[in-house]
Design a protein around this ligand. Structure first.
Ligand code: PHE
Length: 339
């Protein structure tokens, strides 16, 4: 090997370095020429065998090989690293899974409303609506609730002024529907109600009811019992029992309160039903003829039933929720359980 051979090796190395297209290829050229068992080392091993007069030239060429190749490899490395970085910023991997956005869940009260609409629509009911801010007339007078009735007390009702209030029940929707339509009527009206109740595990100042009203020829108490029982079985399952107790409401006669057997314990008694085995759902009854007179229906021609339903109560026994306040805290750890 002479100096000329070393120059050839150097040119070879420089050419390979220029051709290297990736950082890995640059590194491979470096190892091949400058590595511990590389070309340069081989050249140096040959130095002893070079005749004395050619040794200086040989040494200089070997040095140039090392210098020039090192400089070029460094340049290539910097340039390729910059190019790879720039390319990486523009490209993205279309096969990568997308960023996951968690979906919300429907609130348990919303689920019970939607389920109620589904069940009653099977019986031919449609949905009616009324305002949360009601007149004294619709919430009380037209429902045959006299001015001295305890529910009109400011202790129980949020009055906005002398004549307007936050509705204490969904029953005023009965009046609004009968004022604007002729029988037959078959509606349910889900919505918010407001009462001045102190909040505890089973009471809230803001709660929900579904009102039901069925007016036609020959509607009877048997229809009421049958339809409520059908609803209970659809909503809670075929094993739930329904019980009707005599009660009083000014706008129904006769009136009942009705209970579902406790879904949580199956009727044997637990915390949710306060050991009674029954949960009170709300009131119902046959529409009072006085109400028909007020809205201009002929009480001799039609009869009707009406009912209310406490939606939070239903949600609590359906899902086994022990405290009504959980329904209003909107804690995602609670809400996400009802997907
Ligand atoms: N509105 C009554 C209440 O809130 C329930 C009810 C509705 C009673 C319809 C009879 C008929 O307690």
């Amino acid at each position: 090997m002479n100096a000329q051979d070393v120059v050839v090796l150097k040119e070879q190395g420089l050419a390979e370095a220029r051709q290297a297209a990736t950082l890995a290829e640059v590194e491979a050229v470096r190892i091949k020429y400058l590595g511990r068992k590389g070309v340069l080392q081989e050249v140096m091993d040959n130095l002893k065998a070079v005749p004395a007069e050619g040794r200086r030239d040989f040494g200089r060429c070997a040095n140039e090989l090392k210098q020039e190749l090192t400089v070029l490899l460094d340049e290539r490395k910097t340039a390729l690293a910059a190019a790879e970085k720039a390319a990486g910023q523009k490209q993205f991997d279309v096969t990568m899974p997308g960023a996951w956005r968690s979906l919300g869940t429907r609130h348990p009260v919303t689920q019970v409303i939607e389920e109620s609409i589904r069940i009653f629509s099977m019986l031919g009911f449609t949905v009616a609506d009324g305002p949360d801010i009601e007149t004294e007339y619709h919430n009380f007078d037209a429902l045959n609730t006299p001015a001295d009735h305890p529910s009109r007390d400011t202790q129980d009702t949020f009055w906005l002024d002398n004549k307007t209030l936050l509705r204490t029940q969904t029953s005023p929707v009965q009046i609004r529907v009968m004022e604007s339509r002729k029988p037959p009527i078959r509606i349910i009206a889900p919505g918010r109600c407001y009462r001045r109740d102190t909040t505890d595990a089973t009471h809230s100042a803001n709660f929900h009811q579904v009102e039901g009203l069925y007016v036609d020829r020959k509607v009877s108490m048997a229809d009421l019992k049958g339809d409520i029982t059908f609803f209970a079985h659809q909503m809670m399952g075929p094993n739930v029992k329904v019980r009707f107790r005599p009660h009083f409401f000014p706008f129904t006669e006769p009136s009942v309160e009705y209970d579902f057997s406790c879904h949580v314990c199956g009727g044997s008694g637990c915390r949710v039903c306060k050991n009674s085995g029954w949960i009170e759902i709300s009131g119902a009854g046959m529409v009072n003829p006085k109400v028909f007179n007020i809205v201009g229906y002929d009480p001799e021609a039609v009869t009707g039933y009406a009912f209310g339903m406490g939606l939070e109560r239903i949600a609590m026994i359906k899902f086994g929720i022990e405290d009504i306040r959980l329904l209003y805290d909107n804690d995602v750890r609670f809400l996400s359980q009802f997907s």
